[in-house]
Ligand binder design. Structure first.
Ligand code: HEM
Length: 460
């Protein structure tokens, strides 16, 4: 298989003697393969394909046999996320390829073009850092209530616990639902939808179960939407109900439910994964955990009951860097799917409209030419003067990038920082011995067997 990555992207010569090299087609792309353990090794598998073939190669889908084109590395990320983003469709990628529309409806993640921009403009104000001031108290309360029982339990599975916290927080901040039976029902419906592929045996069963889930969701959400039409609230559901596009039109019930679903799924599944891996890394690096505790005590104080304010949360550079390092090593989303809606040329290849494409988050984060000793946990790589991620734009893309960067990035980081702040000042965590910690990509980078931690209250 030849590697054509050394070919120029464009030839700007105006004289005619030098013919521009002919662009090659998708079929000419070097072909990589998904080994059987791919879901356990997404980043390393794609890095070795990148090292062998360069930043563009193809893999055949094991289900349909069609070519999927992978674009890997910071230059490719910039191409997909920024410079040539309008040639790529979220609707075709997330929406159809990953069945997100069928499962959850057509929300922000799956819209394209002007419709997306209009809806993003309506939603942006509720996701700015300063708007987080209204969520921090509810985040702190839910975290306090949930972690309060950890000492008595003695051993917790941080993946399960993180899911309860992030779902409760998302449900209350987004829809005003309080922790209790309604939120539990809500969580169960979402878990069924996320695991649907594993629960059904036929297309009919798939359709039937999705219909049931949608009916249950409608029964929960439609009365809340109707109530907010009468009495506006400042949770995000209330904001969606009051939002108007530039022609003064309100969103339909169907659109509001789709947005809420996507925000709830995107807003808790990914944060659950990142939280669990951060706690795991802290147990593996006790010196770093100690440094983090020192930062917490310097910023929030030594009283373990004191909850961090938004101002405190903004002044935790070491925790910021540990989060970045966890995002780099355990990105919750492995690859961003797109459909090509306008043909493009990249590194000598011509990729036609209709091709499924992935930009790879997990692989970009492990490139040794960008991140020194890339498999090592080294949060200081993000601190001055090293700042490895700033030297190569679009190298760290755990939240995507460009105009469609994750809308919930502030929400997620503030929530996880509040959780770490409260729990680290109260408890010591150790990994329960003799468990196999396995990273596996299902919906997100899940720890396949969970992560069990022994929790001991700190002595004061
Ligand atoms: C650790 C937590 C999170 C991670 C790692 C994460 C990751 C991502 C990534 C990678 C994308 C871009 C996908 C692409 O380019 O194809 C994205 C988009 C998105 N995320 Fe997040 N996310 C997180 C938390 C959240 C939260 C808390 C919310 C909402 C409350 C949220 C809502 C969304 C939405 C709506 C989009 C689509 C934005 C658009 O296309 O305009 N995410 N997220």
């Amino acid at each position: 298989m030849s590697d054509a990555t050394s070919q120029p992207i464009h030839t700007n010569h105006s004289y005619t003697e030098v013919a521009a090299p002919a662009l090659r087609s998708v079929e000419d792309l070097p072909e990589g393969a998904f080994p059987p353990d791919y879901a356990y090794n997404v980043g390393p598998t794609l890095v070795s394909a990148y090292q062998q073939y360069g930043p563009i190669f193809r893999v055949r889908s094991q289900y349909t046999g069609e070519n999927i084109v992978f674009l890997v590395g910071p230059e490719a990320n910039r191409f997909v996320l920024q410079s040539d983003r309008l040639k790529f469709s979220h609707h075709e990628g997330w929406g159809k390829f990953f069945s997100v529309i069928e499962l959850f409806g057509d929300g922000l993640l799956t819209m394209d073009g002007a419709e997306h921009d209009e809806h993003r403009r309506m939603m942006n104000p509720a996701f700015t850092v300063n708007y987080m001031d209204r969520y921090v108290p509810l985040m702190n309360r839910i975290i306090r209530e949930r972690i309060g029982g950890w000492a008595k339990a003695g051993v917790i599975d941080i993946y399960d616990e993180a899911r309860k916290i992030t779902f409760d927080v998302a449900a209350e901040a987004l829809t005003g639902l309080h922790t209790g039976p309604e939120v539990d029902q809500f969580r169960n419906i979402f878990m069924q939808m996320l695991m649907m592929g594993m629960l059904v045996n036929s297309q009919e069963e798939w359709e039937e179960r999705i219909r049931e889930c949608h009916n249950q969701l409608n029964a929960l959400l439609l009365p809340k939407i109707a109530a907010r039409r009468e009495y506006p609230t400042d949770d995000i559901l209330g904001m969606l109900v009051s939002a108007r596009d530039r022609h003064g039109n309100a969103l339909s019930d169907e659109q509001i439910i789709a947005h809420t679903n996507i925000l709830l799924v995107a807003g808790h599944e990914t944060s659950t994964s990142l939280t669990a891996w951060l706690f795991y890394l802290l147990t593996q690096h006790p010196d770093e955990a100690q440094r983090l505790l020192a930062e917490q005590e310097a910023v929030v104080g030594s009283d373990p009951e004191k909850e961090p304010t938004l101002a405190d949360i903004k002044r935790m550079p070491l925790l910021d860097n540990m989060l970045l390092e966890t995002e780099r090593l355990y990105p919750p989303v492995a690859n961003g799917p797109r459909g090509v809606v306008e043909a493009f040329d990249f590194h000598g290849y011509h990729i036609p409209a209709g091709t499924p494409v992935f930009y790879s988050i997990a692989a970009a984060h492990l490139l040794p030419e960008v991140f020194a000793n890339p498999t090592a946990f080294d949060p200081d790589r993000f601190a001055p003067p090293r700042e490895e991620h700033k030297k190569t734009p679009y190298a760290l893309v755990g939240f995507g990038g460009g105009p469609r960067i994750c809308i919930g990035i502030n929400f997620a980081k503030i929530e996880i920082k509040a959780l770490v702040s409260q729990s680290l000042r109260r408890y010591q965590f150790e990994l329960v011995p003799n468990q196999e910690i396995v990273q596996y990509y299902r919906v997100t980078a899940m720890p396949l067997n969970g992560i069990r931690l022994r929790v001991t209250p700190r002595s004061f």
